[in-house]
Design a protein around this ligand. Structure first.
Ligand code: A2P
Length: 280
């Protein structure tokens, strides 16, 4: 990847810009409107939100204010836990479209799987949600479909349907690489997106990462983002601070060496959210 508009190609042939602008924990209102505008000015063309983030209205406002054609933007949203199942997914999707003031999404994800620990018919619920998304996809309302926070045990049922997921968005940062999930997805042609690639900021005070980053004249944040790309993962760094938004987009024109990649890849868990679908 040589620039922020370079793309990964999903398993249905659709292109997805290689860095997404994360908006989890960006509050509804002027902060998010202005953050999205800063991101687009800094070159981001891919914006990641979710019904549960409660900021889709602000993102919709920002999209109206920027001077970029909709077709040059890539917008992702997600259906929340209380809207699982066929009918509620369709309803929730319509609200997402209305709030974002758009008539299609580039990518729509199931935010968290229903699991056997909380839902006796978890597999049927996930399949019903997936059926709704498949219909939206067939009708052209979504250009790609996928999941978030799914383990292989949750993905298996979807792999037997007519359309397999194109994306699995998981927590991914140094020390939290979820190898089993990543290997399963890579073997099945599912792109991994990294939520909280900076460990919600917790990676940035780590001395080892700072030292490696300084060898390249980069910050620990830039190192984490570049490290995702070099592992074939799509990072979604979040910030509401214009200087950081620009910094996080400036991750091209240098390569982390194989040795440094191996060192970061071997770091044991040292912080982050560590949310797990079966125990959260
Ligand atoms: P803020 O939004 O106030 O700028 P993650 O993407 O892993 O969830 O991390 C998001 C957190 O990291 C936010 O608290 C964000 O703060 C902070 N952050 C994002 N980019 C940078 C950066 N380049 N330097 C320092 N902190 C950053």
């Amino acid at each position: 990847m040589g620039q922020i508009t370079d793309t990964y190609i999903l398993n249905n042939g659709y292109h997805i810009p290689c860095i997404g602008f994360g908006t989890w924990q960006s509050p509804d209102g002027e902060t998010t409107v202005s953050a999205v505008r800063s991101a687009v000015r800094a070159g981001y063309r891919h914006i990641d939100t979710a019904a549960a983030y409660k900021n889709e209205t602000s993102i919709g406002k920002a999209l109206k204010l920027i001077d970029i054609p909709r077709t040059e933007l890539f917008i992702t949203s997600k259906v929340w836990d209380d809207s699982r199942g066929y009918g509620k997914t369709i309803q929730s999707f319509q609200k997402t479209l209305d709030d974002l003031q758009t008539d299609y999404l580039d990518l729509y994800l199931i935010h968290w799987p229903a699991t056997k620990y909380r839902c006796p018919d978890w597999e049927a619920v996930n399949l019903d949600t997936w059926r709704a998304m498949t219909e939206l996809y067939r009708k052209g309302y979504i250009k790609a479909m996928g999941v978030s926070n799914f383990l292989p045990e949750h993905l298996e049922a979807l792999m037997r349907t007519e359309i397999i997921p194109m994306v699995n968005q998981i927590e991914y940062h140094p020390g939290q690489m979820q190898e089993e999930v990543v290997d399963y997805c890579k073997q099945n042609g599912i792109l991994i997106e990294a939520w909280s690639p900076l460990g919600t900021g917790r990676m940035l005070s780590d001395q080892r990462l700072q030292d490696i980053a300084s060898n390249y004249g980069k910050s620990a944040a830039q190192l984490c983002i570049r490290w995702c790309l070099q592992n074939g993962v799509l990072p979604l760094p979040k910030s509401v601070t214009p200087s950081r938004i620009m910094e996080n987009a400036d991750v091209f024109g240098f390569d982390i060496s194989d040795e440094d990649m191996a060192e970061i890849n071997s770091m044991p868990y040292f912080g982050g959210l560590g949310l797990h679908p079966n125990t959260r």
